[in-house]
Design a protein around this ligand. Sequence first.
Ligand SMILES: Cc1ncc(COP(=O)(O)O)c(C=O)c1O
Length: 457
Amino acid sequence: MDRFRVSPVTVSRALARLAAEGLVVTRPGAGAFRAQPRASAAPVGDTSWQEVALSADGAADLVPRSVDASGVLVSLAAPPPGVIEFNGGYLHPSLQPERAMAAALSRAGRRPGAWGRPPVEGLPELREWFARSVGGPVTAAGVLVTSGGQSALTTALRALAPPGAPVLVESPTYPGMLAIARAAGLRPVPVPVDADGVRPALLADAFKATGARVFVCQPLFQNPTGAVLAPERRGEVLRIAREAGAFVVEDDFVRLLVHEDAGPLPRPLAADDPDGVVVHVCSLTKATSPSFRVSALVAHGPVLERLRAIQVVDTFFVPRPLQEATLELVGSPAWPRHLRAISTALRTRRDTMTAALRLHLPEIALPHIPSGGYHLWLRLPDGTGTSGAPGPGGESALTAAALRAGVAVTPGRPYFSAEPPAGHLRLSFAAVAGTEEIAEGVRRLRGACDEVRGQRG
Ligand SMILES: Cc1ncc(COP(=O)(O)O)c(C=O)c1O
């Protein structure tokens, strides 16, 4: 401390780091000592045998052994320094309830029994809280606490469809869900979405044509279109699924990210479903932090036991301290304050991005301005290819040019499970630092469009 004029905290962090690197050993009561040097460098080894072990032709496998994670990694990877993150899937740290989460976690860690085993279905009070937030006939007995939406969707799809089976998905839809389906050996079959959500007549046709027993749906602020399932379609979707003897997996992923100017929200489909057609998924990550991996699967009837068994075999249960922290967080006065604050901030960010796009990129269509969620879905001018291969004007050429210009955007192609009707981009306004970054990011995107058009011209 004397020599480097640093605080005791810095010294203890430095020692912890050196201990983790194996350079010092700390002996309580005695001090920190230089560690014995390692005898010799670890042998390099030869891992080439693994190619043989891993490369057996998997074409005949019902469940593929190699998994394509690219659709998921897009929203998890940090952009290079200086790049504006229009491709993030979570709130910027300045919008996360960091202090409330820290306080909740520290209080949770001191709760009696916090480090013991929780019931495998989740803490009763937390199941109760999730049941109340879904509403309708849902009770705590129908709730399983799960580890984030991604894991809940994985459990649901594995429970409801055997490898090789078709699963109806909205088109476009969340690439992470398509990745789950493919990793489980399922065949995603697209059903188009318009401004009012999935199109019921096409849904009915798709059930008839495929015999599918599952349809995955995001009725509220759909990713990527932002569409909300229209009131007259809600009952129709449930009726069509029921007639097909199929489940509807309802991914209610951004209910808590409603914008300040939205009207009253429709209830989850699960709240209007006494017959157990809906398997509902909701997660807290989008309104808190990607690391706050607490979510719920809600179901009714024999399917619940199937879901429970898969969840227990795969993960046992969600760590109890995190479940206790959730109860602390959602029960604190900071929680409603936080939800109001993000509702205001997201509306401002959405308006800033919309205005900037209309001013600087008038040739790009914004088919729908959502009143919830964290992104806009842009349709590129007709004739813009999606693959980049047919010409330099393609979606992927634009995405690459945007990155060179210092803004990371998400191309539309991975959101379609079959050939897309047009080129698209998805721009997120939640992961950036603030409205100035939004304005600057749109200017950079303008530059990228000009570069691509210049190449084409
Ligand atoms: C539509 C949708 N569902 C589910 C998820 C999974 O989120 P999480 O696992 O963080 O709850 C995401 C993440 O981007 C998403 O966009």
